[in-house]
Design a protein around this ligand. Structure first.
Ligand SMILES: Nc1nc2c(ncn2[C@@H]2O[C@H](COP(=O)(O)OP(=O)(O)OP(=O)(O)O)[C@@H](O)[C@H]2O)c(=O)[nH]1
Ligand SMILES: [Mg+2]
Length: 350
């Protein structure tokens, strides 16, 4: 999964990037403009660790979230905040995370998180609208009567009335597939990060921002970017102590990833054995063959059945054979919907 950090200049995107990835990209106004920071974090997963303790595999593989810190939006006239390069970078990611300034700015500016969040959301609406209008113009010139015209007109109406595409109802799954090439910004899941000072690290988000996130179906995480950046650099033992002294229970990255998984409706199934123990993130609701396709398309194509145990049963009973004896190893067919925490062995024809 790839998440793009966006937001107005000075909101703390690079600071949050460092806090999440543990890297040390340059922050502040002297930082090289236009430079893209890329990084990835392993998704902490106690289930993978427990399976690795059982199998002592050659390789243990956690899921990964990749972050890109690319998009500095400039405060300015409406429709001019996002340049072409920024828009391109934003279209590439699976989900967007807008960093919103929740601390007093360098020149003493009070934070205005709600309007800041809404400003950028409007810019994204506008970017999608412009894309649609250009495409419609072209299709109409070609006198196209395709269903695409009708569909784009519906999207256009929604955006004109301020509805981001992710909240548009009545567009079917197949229609979305037909539109996937556009990579609309307002269709991507959006997670707001309110970047606050240390003193506000344990306070909830302002009620108006929280209400907006709730109504618009956005994720919301409050974190103290500067201090989390330090936390990300510490050894695990010091980290624990320091995090507790701030009144927090864990570094922000854990909360952030959980919120992102919920927003993206991601779950993980697991594979386990002496070669590798691994977590595979998938969208909730996938059938066993589709899930198998994440490992390799051959396994999806030649799918015969899935042998499924739940990770805690496997860890509790200690082996696949014991699970089989205890009736905890199920054989599932191609209609089976994969659950979070399933340990799966796929049988397939090559
Ligand atoms: N007081 C305070 N300052 C912060 C916080 N987060 C970031 N800053 C400061 O705000 C300035 C801008 O932070 P950056 O992380 O560089 O912001 P950015 O969004 O990446 O900025 P651009 O790359 O210019 O778009 C830096 O001087 C940071 O140290 C915070 O939580 N509290
Ligand atoms: Mg930056």
């Amino acid at each position: 999964m790839k998440i793009g950090l966006v937001g107005f200049s000075g909101s703390g995107k690079t600071t949050v990037f460092n806090a999440l990835t543990g890297l040390s990209a340059e922050t502040g106004f002297t930082a090289a403009r236009g430079r893209t920071n890329l990084g990835a974090v392993k998704v902490p997963d106690a289930r993978v660790s427990a399976l690795a303790d059982l199998y002592h595999p050659k390789k243990t593989t956690f899921a990964e979230v990749a972050f890109s810190d690319v998009a500095a939006a400039a405060a300015g006239a409406q429709g001019q905040s996002l340049d072409e390069a920024t828009l391109r970078a934003m279209r590439e990611v699976d989900a967007l995370c807008q960093v919103v300034r929740g601390f007093t700015g360098a020149a003493g500016e009070a934070p205005e998180p709600l309007s800041e969040a809404q400003n950028l959301e409007n810019e994204m609406n506008l970017a999608d609208l412009i894309l649609i209008e250009k495409r419609l113009e072209k299709l109409k010139k070609e006198k196209s009567k395709s269903s695409e015209v009708e569909l784009l007109e519906r999207l256009k109406t929604a955006l004109e009335t301020g509805t981001p595409l992710r909240n548009l109802e009545g567009v079917g799954a197949e229609e979305w597939v037909a539109l996937s090439g556009y990579r609309f910004l307002t269709q991507k899941p959006l997670l707001l990060v309110l970047n606050v000072d240390e003193g506000n690290a344990t306070n909830p988000a302002p009620a108006d921002l929280a209400a907006h996130a709730h109504e618009a179906g956005l994720g919301l995480v409050v974190l103290a970017g500067l201090v989390e950046m330090d936390i990300a650099q510490m050894e695990p033992e010091d980290q624990k102590e320091f995090v507790a002294s701030l009144g927090l229970t864990e570094p922000a990255v854990g909360r952030f990833i959980r919120e992102a998984y919920t927003l993206l409706e991601l779950i993980s199934f697991l594979t386990a054995g002496p070669d590798e123990c691994r977590a595979w993130p998938i969208r909730r609701g996938l059938t066993a063959p589709k899930a198998a396709g994440k490992i390799h398309s051959d396994i999806e194509r030649g799918f015969i059945r899935a042998e499924v145990t739940h990770w805690d049963e496997l860890v509790r009973l200690g082996s696949e054979a014991k699970c089989r004896e205890a009736g905890k190893l199920r054989l599932e067919g191609k209609e089976y919907i994969v659950h979070d925490g399933d340990v799966i062995n796929f049988r397939f024809n090559v």
